[in-house]
Design a binder for this molecule. Structure first.
Ligand code: AMP
Length: 282
């Protein structure tokens, strides 16, 4: 049976008793409208912990655009069914007052990790992410927390926050789960029109082609190629494509940067903004 908590204090008491009995706790933070990508995080947490907690909270402080927040898909009934089916032990469904009893004015220092890519195009986004994730860490006190590599910059920033603030939590990265045609799974995909859904496959296709070019082209050539190809597609607008080191998110000028290299993009498909990335080092 999946236990459901709405109140932070009640959940924390439950977690304290779980921890006191010597059992481990894994946390999977989500904004709901769940799909197989989220469930893969749940599955990994279940393999590594005795208890898995999934939180569902559409966090207003990480949305820099009110319309985006309003139209974000919400489907709690279906989410609960999927989590019960997946064998999730505890679901945390807080309302805004539980997470922010008072306005959260904390400002985090990411040492510039938030100045590029998502942070550049979504000002304040990562500060909001850090606010909610640290609140969730305080409430759930997990041994491990699971984050998808689809949101690579988020993962890198959360790792830094957890380390800087000395949270005793292991941040576990989980691979990107894709649709059969290659589109990275996302709650936002359900907002795409039928036509948009067909067009959206170009994102992952171009990332794969970019990776194939690695053998005989420079990173700069590959960037130019992706920008050029994207600009040719009607109904798709590329916001950025960058080839960076995952360690510090800075751009690489050569493939032998001695670090893990990732190509990251964001693009508008009609009115829906999608992100994706590919690991050039695997
Ligand atoms: P969200 O509900 O979009 O905030 O996502 C919650 C968590 O699921 C984040 O750690 C995401 O990176 C992760 N996630 C979302 N989509 C995918 C995917 N396609 N594959 C793997 N992880 C994902």
């Amino acid at each position: 049976m999946t236990e459901v908590f709405h109140k932070a204090t009640l959940l924390t008491s439950r977690i304290v008793s779980i921890r006191e009995s010597g059992k481990s706790v894994g946390l999977v933070p989500t904004m709901g409208a769940l799909h197989e990508g989220h469930l893969s995080l749940v599955k990994t947490s279940k393999q590594q912990n005795e208890y898995t907690v999934v939180s569902i909270f559409v966090n207003p402080t990480q949305f820099n655009n009110r319309q985006d927040l309003d139209k974000y898909p919400r489907m709690p009934g279906k989410d609960m069914e999927m989590l019960a089916q997946a064998g999730c032990d505890i679901v945390f469904l807080p309302d805004e007052r539980e997470i922010y009893p008072e306005p959260d004015n904390r400002q985090f220092n990411f040492d510039g990790l938030d100045r590029t890519m998502e942070g550049k195009f979504r000002p304040g986004h990562f500060n909001g992410v850090a606010q909610v994730v640290t609140r969730l860490f305080d409430i759930v006190q997990p041994h491990r927390a699971y984050f998808g590599l689809k949101d690579l910059q988020q993962l890198v920033i959360i790792k830094k926050v957890a380390k800087d603030l000395h949270y005793p939590v292991e941040i576990v990265p989980c691979p990107i789960v894709r649709e059969p045609d290659g589109l990275a799974m996302s709650s936002r995909n359900m907002l795409l029109s039928e036509e948009g859904r067909k067009k959206a496959v170009i994102l992952s296709r171009l990332l794969s082609r970019a990776k194939e070019m690695k053998g005989n082209r420079t990173p700069d050539d590959v960037i130019k190629f992706v920008i050029h190809e994207m600009n040719k597609k009607p109904g798709i607008e590329l916001e950025y494509f960058e080839i960076i080191k995952s360690s510090d998110l800075t751009p690489v000028i050569s493939w032998d940067a001695g670090a893990e290299i990732i190509g990251c993009l964001a693009a508008w498909v009609g009115k829906i903004r999608l992100i994706d990335n590919i690991n050039f080092s695997l």
